[in-house]
Every structure is written in C-alpha cells, then in structure tokens.
Design a protein around this ligand. Structure first.
Ligand SMILES: Cc1cc2nc3c(=O)[nH]c(=O)nc-3n(C[C@H](O)[C@H](O)[C@H](O)COP(=O)(O)OP(=O)(O)OC[C@H]3O[C@@H](n4cnc5c(N)ncnc54)[C@H](O)[C@@H]3O)c2cc1C
Length: 534
C-alpha cells in the first residue's frame, strides 16, 4: 500500500482545514498533509458571488445530504442539507455572509468549563482572521487573510426592507459584528473585488507553494489508524486506490459536522451499541459522537410582488438579467458581484432577552427549499426568512452502514422543544409586521406563506412546517466539554485518545447566534495556536 509520512495529517480542506494547513506550515518546521474528499476549487462558479444557486444542484461541490423525513414537515419530504465538498468546503458554496455571533455565545461556552473560549479570549482571533475593508479597530481586523466587504449592487427592494423595519420600530444597524448585534441592516460579506473569498482563497492559495505543505484532492479519509490509543495516521482513498498518510505528531479531523463524527465512527469511536448496529467493531467508547446536533431551523414569509425589480427564475426574469454575465466577466460588476441575500436583521422576540433570538434573511425573490423550488422562484416576489438563533432541540447523526460512501443518517429533530416552536412563530409575526408597513405598499401582493388564513399560533406553525428549512449551520456533533457526552476537551483533543483532535464546526457545544463560517475559522485559528503551543 502507498504510504507517506508527515508531522500533521488533516482530514478535510474546508473552512477549518484551510486555516490549519496555513498556520501549521507557517514556520516551515512541520510537514503537513491536507486530505480533501472533494475537488480543487477552480470552477468559475466558485469565484462568482451571485452563483450561489448553482451549488444547490452540484453534486461535485456539495455532498447534497438529506435529513430523515418527518410526517408533518415539508409534507413528509426529506429536508435538503447541503454541505460543501472540495477545497474551501462550506466557504466555497456558502452565501458569504460574515457574522461572528454574539458575545453571550462564547461566554456560554466558557461557562460550561471550556477555558479560553470566552468572547474576550476569541476576539483577538476574530481580528487575526479578518481584513475588513472599513479598516481595523478595537473590534475589527484590518489585515487578516479573510477579506470582508460591504454589500454592493443590491436590489432596490432591500432599501425598502430597511425602511420598513424602521417604520415597524426596529433600530438600524450598519455593523452586526460591532458593539451591538441587534438591529436591521445590510450584511457584510467575504467577497474581495467581486470574487468569493473562501477559506481556500484566503488561507490556502497564498501558501500552496510551501515545500512542507502537501494538498491531496479527491482523497477521502476512510479510517483513522492507531497504535494502541495513539492516532498515527489516516487511511484514505484516491482514484480508487487505498493509501496511507502517517502523522508523526497528530491527526486532525476537519471534515465538518457530519463527516468528522462519521470518520470517528468508521474508526470504531462512538457509542459501542450504535457502532455494532452499523457493523463496526467498537474501539473506543465515546457516546457523544454524532449527538448534540444543532442547526438553525428556518421558515419564511413569502410575499408576491407587484413589481418586477427582484429576481425571477422565469424566461422574462432571466432575460432581464442578460447583461449581468458580461458586466461581471468584463468588470466584476453588477448583480453577480454580490450574494443574493443582502439585508437582514438580528432581533428579539421579547424585550427581556439578553441577546437577539431570531435572525432575518431578506431576499428579493421567492426562496424555498434551498432555491430548488424553481416553480415558486419563477414568480415575482420577496421572502423574509426567520431563523431561531439558539434552538433548544438537538438532533443526531449516525451511520447507515460501515461503507464510507454511504451518506450519514441525519435526524434534525427540529422544533422538538416548545420554546423553539414559540420563537419561530413569534419570529414570523415580527417578519409579517415589517412586511406590512407602508414602505412595502407599492410592492405588496398576496402573502403566499404562511398565508392570510394562518393567524393563530397553531396555524402559523403548521404552515411554517410545510416550508421548513435550515440555514446550513450544523454544529455540535463532536462537542467540546468535560461531561460524559463531550467528544473533545478544551484543547480539542479527543477524550481518552492520544494525538487526535477535531477542529471544525462540530466542536461547538452550542450553536452561535448567527452564520457559522467565521466562528469555524476562528476555532481553527485558536486550534493552530493550541497545537503549535504544545
Ligand atoms: C449552502 C451553504 C450556505 C452557507 N452560508 C453561510 C453564510 O453565508 N455565512 C456563514 O458564515 N456561513 C454559511 N454557511 C456555513 C459555513 O459555511 C459552515 O459553517 C462552515 O463552512 C463549516 O466549516 P467546517 O470546516 O466545519 O466544514 P466544511 O467547510 O464543510 O469542511 C469540511 C471539508 O471536509 C471535507 N471532507 C468531508 N469528509 C471528508 C473525508 N472523509 N476525507 C477528506 N475530506 C473530507 C469536505 O469535502 C469539506 O471540504 C453556509 C453553508 C452552506 C453549506
């Protein structure tokens, strides 16, 4: 069998993996191998911020998982769970919204006993990661690898959304990552000069010529290799051949919230009885692997528009867009230089809350089923998506079989907790209140969801469930902590094993209040310091 030796071997070249590959090779002292199951990120679609929809249909760049169907959710259809595949991982296919979360999220992690993970501990890493085009200050980085820019070329209806929110009594906020998260405004994006700034673009491309860095694409890790309790390498498959990459120092899993626990389980690490059911011989008992799955549950108010200045996936709508590819290709300008989600909000459904508990994503189109509902999207309209920022319902992922190619079984368990149901319904009322203000009078057509007949909580919830979706932020399946369900300690080392860490979104003990790309990159920035510091 083909074998190679390195100091560190990383499984997964996504948001976290790219940061690690950069930082661990920066001194030139350590040989690092980055294994990525997906392809290189060389497609033009990766570069174009406005090409988000393409990835919802691409099996090349998207694992395209489906969660287990539930009878009263989406009428029993499975919920689509896109996950990035290829260099950059999620950051290569995401909507590029730059959000850090709220300080209460990290202070909560620290209060659980995770030393060094409070907001004040992590702020220096957020700054190290960020190059904000507005410049650096006490809260923002001005010279980090990840470029963060303001929204350009937005659809005019976004202005109405801000005006409407103001009319509804909500404060405006021009920096959701500033001193206050609460308010309504335009997002900032990980876009540089009209091009997507993924983790791969920010961290990997600039250092690909380092002698000590080996990047292998289309290389899927299938098993962790052990000597006793010490991880010594990864077995992986590339072009149909099984190969081995050995690590003198450490093996690091950065395969994302579904694939990192999957790799642990394929290697016999997890709950023994579960593993046996999947035909795997248990090696190390860790009942928390794959448990504690948290994701941002989302539903929406869908409103027909009397105007046609939004986006429509109809022949007429696409014809309106005919200039855009040329404007983009020749000048990196126009609608394609921006993400399609441009404005949003962080709001409280009740005044006594310490932090916003819902996030709104406003879209100048009728967006449902991750943009795959093309029939709906061909009509003129706008959507206000509502997500529950700190869901109390937790789900789980498990193996279907011992075959590494078999997709994970995902049980989201959405809305199991009554508080999540209440927050979602209250959030829909907030969205409706904003969309009902005079600012939208000349746009407002019929409400398609929840629909005018849904007025009491029960009816709103039932209609929301029919359009239920997610914001693509799975976390928590290898949670950091000290209790018996924790998978890693606060240095991200797998409990009870040696030389094995997990570094990605799966280690979050609880979901952050916002989009998860920047928090995941910051986890990797901190992890690199922890690893090199030892
Ligand atoms: C469609 C979509 C839209 C999103 N929009 C936003 C947004 O606008 N803003 C935001 O902040 N966040 C957004 N997110 C979330 C954010 O991108 C993720 O939270 C983040 O990328 C997670 O990083 P990660 O390193 O944990 O995993 P990933 O980035 O998913 O990286 C895991 C990598 O490991 C690879 N891999 C998996 N298994 C193996 C294996 N066995 N061997 C080798 N490699 C393997 C995968 O192919 C992947 O490249 C979005 C996500 C998606 C999917």
């Amino acid at each position: 069998m083909h074998e190679e030796h390195f100091d560190y071997v990383i499984a997964g070249g996504g948001s976290a993996g790219c940061v690690l590959a950069n930082r661990l090779t920066s001194s030139g002292k350590y040989k690092v191998c980055l294994l990525e199951a997906g392809p290189q990120d060389k497609s033009l679609f990766v570069t174009i911020p406005g090409a988000f929809a393409y990835f919802m249909f691409s099996k090349k760049y998207n694992w395209c998982f489906d969660a287990e169907p539930v009878a009263d959710i989406r009428k029993g259809e499975p919920i689509f769970c896109p996950q990035g595949k290829g260099l950059g991982g999620g950051s290569t296919i995401n909507a590029m919204i730059y959000i850090r979360g709220h300080r209460v999220d990290y202070d909560h992690w620290a209060s659980l006993g995770n030393q060094g993970w409070g907001w004040d501990d992590l702020l220096p890493y957020f700054k190290k990661n960020e190059c904000n085009e507005r410049g650096g200050d006490e809260l923002h980085g001005g010279s980090g690898p990840l470029y963060v820019s303001d929204c350009r070329n937005y659809y005019p209806i976004n202005e109405r959304f801000l005006q409407a929110a103001s009319e509804a009594g909500y404060p405006l906020n021009n920096d959701f990552n500033g001193a206050e998260q609460e308010g309504v405004g335009f997002y900032q994006f990980t876009i540089k000069e009209g091009k997507r700034c993924s983790a791969s673009h920010a961290y990997l491309r600039p250092v690909r010529d380092r002698q000590v860095l080996t990047v292998k694409c289309n290389a899927m890790a299938t098993k962790i290799l052990f000597r006793g309790k010490k991880a010594v390498g990864l077995e992986f498959r590339q072009k149909g051949e099984l190969k081995r990459a050995y690590a003198n120092k450490e093996v690091i899993l950065s395969s994302g919230a579904y694939n990192s626990p999957k790799l642990l389980m394929l290697s016999g690490i997890g709950d023994a009885s579960e593993l046996e059911k999947a035909g795997i011989t248990p090696f190390h008992q860790l009942p928390g692997v794959g448990q504690n799955l948290q994701e941002h549950v989302d539903s929406c108010v869908l409103q027909e528009s009397l105007k046609t200045d939004g986006f429509r996936a109809s022949p007429g709508g696409l014809l309106n867009m005919w200039r855009e590819p040329f404007r983009y290709l020749f000048r990196r300008k126009g609608k394609l230089e921006s993400s399609v989600t441009q404005a949003g909000a962080f709001l409280k459904t009740s005044e006594d809350l310490a932090a916003p508990d819902i996030q709104l994503h406003f879209l100048p189109l009728l967006y449902d089923d991750s943009g795959r509902n093309l029939k709906l999207m061909s009509q003129s309209g706008y959507s206000c998506h509502v997500c529950v920022l700190r869901p109390k319902s937790t789900g789980r992922m498990s193996l279907r079989s011992s075959d590494p190619d078999s997709p994970p079984r995902i049980d989201l368990n959405f809305l199991d907790h009554p508080d999540d149901r209440k927050t979602l319904v209250d959030g829909i009322r907030v969205a409706r209140k904003i969309l009902a203000t005079p600012a939208f009078d000349d746009y407002r057509g019929a409400e398609l969801n929840p629909g005018p007949e849904a007025q009491n909580d029960e009816d709103i919830l039932a209609r929301c469930k029919e359009r239920l979706g997610l914001v693509y932020h799975p976390v928590g399946t290898c949670k950091m902590g000290q209790d018996e369900m924790a998978v890693v300690d606060d240095s991200l080392r797998v409990h009870g094993l040696e030389s094995l860490r997990v570094v990605d979104a799966s280690i979050m003990p609880t979901l952050t209040g916002g989009n998860t790309n920047a928090p995941t990159m910051v986890i990797a920035e901190k992890a690199a310091d922890l690893i090199l510091g030892e």
